[in-house]
Design a protein around this ligand. Structure first.
Ligand code: PLP
Ligand code: SF4
Length: 443
């Protein structure tokens, strides 16, 4: 397998299918947003006859419209004028700062504390589930252009989450009796060797961790490098490790990111799915809804149907976060809900395990339930699938109808209310007057 970055992408054999302008755009946009693509994506996923509008191309290659016009022009001018590397870097960094690199308070709000020390590399936002960012898993085989984790990939060191030691994580989890789930995420934890992954998995599989019954691994590897489960040096060790965990009585789930049914079509992915399931692992799937990639009900119907047929469980449809190239990928929430609804209507109940469309924001995961008419006034009904305070979960609430809004921050409470029902408590949490799961006083 070969990787391509900004410095060698012109060596991609198929790159000549792109116009000169589109080729140049890769270097402009790729200076700001991360860019990395492997030969599997290039040879087996992208349909080069359809570029630049091919969904797999748009998913992985920077395109001009992904930057705001003024940002694009600023970088374009520097590159055309032959500015030095340092200059381009400074301008890129300042543009990045404008792109809300830390949506939903990723960096500050959810880091847990044990014995008055922050445990970097963990996030504990919801009662039952702790997120773990293994240090060695903070990259991916290919980068997605919509990725909200993009600041982790551009080498600004202090922006990275990292778990130095699996042990620290294990110590924290040992005393969190309320935690049932650990979710390994990244980047992509499946870039780690089987041996590294085993270190993390075994650290949380001791007697002190009997309350942890579910282990999830969030990954895009099935789509970007299915040979991870087939022909890598340690593929067999990896599957043995999976089988060991599931045989030990814990539930092991791969939370697979999959944006388009094209990702399910290669022979490699189909063989990989069989091997993973044979190891006793359940595959659940998730994806944001993205303009220019999967913004039609037909794509979702096909995606969910094929997933179920192959033995996977559709789990989440997300709304793209307010970061990076959001303007390029976002659809109005109302439109997103229409697409979800049309797709949901056209599949059987086995596909309707999917939950969404959902916004992961500071208070929780907010699901758009739909547009309703109350006394001849339109409103948008929502509820929380997950909440920083568990008491908020599953309480319907309403926003004023707004056909343009793309994110919760653009919605206003309906029926003359000043604030959404959870906002006062959210303030108290951040003032330290109410505890949540990332605070030291949580017991
Ligand atoms: C989505 C999410 C979880 C898991 O929530 P489930 O509803 O159990 O899938 C855990 N932590 C964070 C920060 C999340 O965003
Ligand atoms: S695989 Fe996930 S973490 Fe990696 S670039 Fe894509 S969205 Fe981001």
């Amino acid at each position: 397998m070969k990787y391509y970055f900004l410095n060698n992408y012109l060596e991609i054999p198929q790159i000549k299918s792109l116009s000169e302008e589109d080729r140049f755009a890769v270097s402009v946009v790729g200076s700001v947003l991360p860019f990395k693509v492997n030969s599997y994506v290039i040879d087996e996923l992208i349909n080069w006859k359809e570029v630049p509008n091919d969904p797999m191309f748009t998913l992985t290659f920077p395109r001009k419209e992904m930057l705001q016009k003024e940002h694009y022009e600023a970088v374009e001018k520097l590159i055309k004028d032959g500015a030095d590397h340092q200059m381009v870097k400074e301008v890129s960094n300042s543009i990045r700062d404008d792109l809300n690199p830390h949506p939903a308070g990723q960096l500050d709000f959810n880091v847990p504390v044990l014995n008055n020390k922050k445990i970097d590399g963990l996030q504990h936002k919801y009662r039952e589930t702790v997120l773990c960012f293994p240090n060695e898993g903070q990259t991916c085989h290919t980068y997605c252009t919509f990725c909200f984790r993009w600041p982790q990939f551009i080498g600004i060191k202090d922006l990275r989450f990292a778990t130095e030691e699996a042990q620290k994580m294990a110590d924290y989890l040992a005393v969190q009796e309320g935690v049932t789930d650990v979710l390994f995420t990244g980047g992509d934890p499946m870039v780690m060797s089987a041996e590294k992954l085993a270190t993390y998995l075994k650290a949380i599989s001791t007697e002190r961790h009997n309350h942890i019954t579910n282990i999830r691994i969030g990954t895009k590897v099935l789509s970007y490098w299915p040979y991870r489960f087939l022909t890598d040096n340690d593929s067999d060790d990896l599957l043995k490790l999976f089988a060991e965990i599931s045989d030990s009585g814990k539930h092991l789930s791969l939370m697979v990111h999959m944006n388009h049914y094209r990702e399910l079509e290669t022979e490699a992915v189909q063989r990989a799915v069989v091997r993973i399931k044979d190891a006793g692992v359940v595959i659940r799937t998730q994806s944001p809804i993205l303009k220019n990639i999967n913004d039609s009900p037909e794509v979702w119907v096909e995606l969910w149907k094929r997933q179920v047929q192959m033995g996977m469980i559709p789990y989440y449809m997300f709304v793209p976060r307010d970061t990076g190239a959001q303007h390029y990928f976002s659809l109005p929430l109302v439109e997103t809900w229409e697409i979800f609804r049309k797709a949901y209507q056209n599949v059987s109940g086995l596909c309707r395990t999917v939950r969404g469309p959902s916004m992961s924001c500071i208070p929780g995961k907010i699901q758009i339930l739909g547009v309703c008419n109350v006394k001849n006034r339109k409103a948008i009904a929502m509820r929380m699938i997950q909440g920083r305070n568990p008491d908020w979960i599953h309480k319907p609430f309403f926003a004023e109808y707004d056909e343009k809004a793309v994110w919760i921050s653009e919605l206003k409470p309906a029926f003359g209310e000043k604030r959404f029902f959870f906002e006062k408590e959210l303030d108290l949490i951040f003032q330290g007057k109410l505890t949540d799961y990332s605070s030291s006083s949580y017991e």
